[in-house]
Design a binder for this molecule. Structure first.
Ligand SMILES: [Zn+2]
Length: 415
């Protein structure tokens, strides 16, 4: 029986969202948390973008060190040979890529304005796939942008061409959130059957159905005999109305009526990391989690009305579909209400030692080492504009050489 895998795109779709972004350290922490929760692959950035190269290379180094393992780190580029070449100039060690190109008439006409035919699109894509294989990548996903508005027969032709050139997967992008569960079930099933490649569901929330569509698309793909790769973002942060929320997708796959009897994750998912990852993204993006967010919202386990409160006190299952502990919730949060010392871009060694002293499992071997870490923490603050969380401080203390790379941004020299 084919399975479902999670492919998170927070570090690509999430950060390209208008008005939002993450520092390179925050992107790195995101990869670490995604690895912990059991995400199969992180679309960790843009290899052709100059300011990403050090971050991408540093994260590939973390993968080699076993810190980012078993998660796969994959870069997003356009499906053209120039992008493949630039990728390997800037990030030579990259092993996984997704190559994206528009496939709908609307976009071929609206974006390329007569410069490209449908056959040109297929030729560009297959040449890019060949170029990427020639550079020694290990997997290639081919993204059909605006797939939901693409004629199905053309999409099959596009998918078959990708398969002929040994692409690993086909990404079905519902770029505008236009699908509904009934349409995406049909198209994904047809693609799985007719193309014979695993299908990725990339769904957006413009009509409020990103998670429902992801499940329906995954079901269609599995019914069509192929593995499904649901694209998610943490807290659903993504272009416009956002993407399919990671935690909600996990809950929907594992808890919704009858679904998990046939449709299961292909690897172990640790739902207990949900609270931590959602709270980190909330802080890093500076976007509050809505109180009614499934699983991690402030009201997800709150009961007030008489009948509900009475019912849940007698037996939580009366009014709760799953328990808060399953999501890693329930621990009290300690907040200092009196004097507070934080580590920032102008911190000195005394205040810094005070902050670090509160973190258990952390001891500096020497004063020099403490000073070196403090210097890196200052730089991290210059980029993040807010106090670092404990995990970030620990990360810098444990991997100062990697942190140095993440914090180096030099636009005037070659990467
Ligand atoms: Zn998207």
């Amino acid at each position: 029986m084919p399975k479902i895998y999670l492919l998170d795109v927070t570090n690509r779709d999430g950060v390209q969202t208008a008005k939002l972004g993450l520092s390179k350290l925050e992107k790195t922490m995101t990869n670490i948390y995604l690895n912990e929760i059991g995400v199969f692959q992180s679309e960790f950035g843009f290899p052709t973008t100059k300011h990403e190269s050090r971050y991408l290379k540093a994260n590939l180094e973390l993968a080699e060190m076993g810190v980012l393992k078993p998660i796969r780190l994959e870069g997003w580029i356009r499906a053209i040979v120039d992008d493949v070449e630039l990728t390997f100039e800037r990030v030579p060690g990259i092993k996984h890529l997704n190559l994206s190109i528009s496939t709908s008439d609307q976009m071929i006409e609206g974006k390329f304005q007569g410069r490209k035919t449908k056959q040109d699109i297929i030729n560009d894509m297959t040449s890019a796939v060949d170029a990427a294989w020639a550079r020694g990548v290990e997997s290639i996903g081919v993204n059909a942008e605006d797939a939901s508005r693409t004629d199905l027969d053309y999409l099959v032709e596009f998918g078959l061409a990708a398969k002929e050139h040994k692409a690993t997967r086909l990404r079905y992008c519902d770029t505008l959130g236009y699908d509904n569960p009934f349409t995406i079930y049909k198209s994904n099933k047809a693609l799985a059957e007719r193309v014979g490649l695993p299908i990725e569901q990339h769904c957006h929330g413009d009509l409020g159905m990103a998670v429902a569509n992801s499940l329906a698309g995954a079901k269609g793909t599995i019914d069509g005999g192929q593995d499904a790769y649901i694209n998610t973002t943490i807290n659903g942060i993504g272009e416009r109305a956002g993407n399919a929320d990671l935690v909600t997708v996990i809950l929907a796959v594992t808890k919704s009526k009858d679904f998990a009897e046939r449709y299961q994750f292909g690897n172990k998912i640790k739902l207990s990391k949900a609270w931590k990852i959602a709270k980190f993204a909330e802080y890093a993006f500076g976007v509050p989690i809505p109180i009614n967010q499934p699983g991690v919202g402030a009201n997800a386990f709150a009961h007030e009305s008489g009948i509900h409160a009475d019912g849940v006190l007698k037996d939580p299952e009366n009014y709760e579909l799953y328990g808060f502990k399953e999501l890693g919730r329930g621990d009290p949060i300690k907040v200092d209400t009196g004097r507070e010392i934080t580590a920032g871009e102008y911190s000195g060694i005394s205040g810094f030692s005070h902050v670090m002293g509160k973190i258990k499992d952390l001891a500096f071997a020497s004063k020099e080492e403490a000073n070196e870490v403090l210097e890196l923490v200052r730089y991290a603050n210059v980029l993040a504009h807010k106090p670092l969380v404990e995990d970030e401080l620990l990360f810098i203390a444990r991997y100062p050489q990697i942190a140095k790379k993440l914090l180096t941004l030099t636009p005037l020299v070659k990467p």
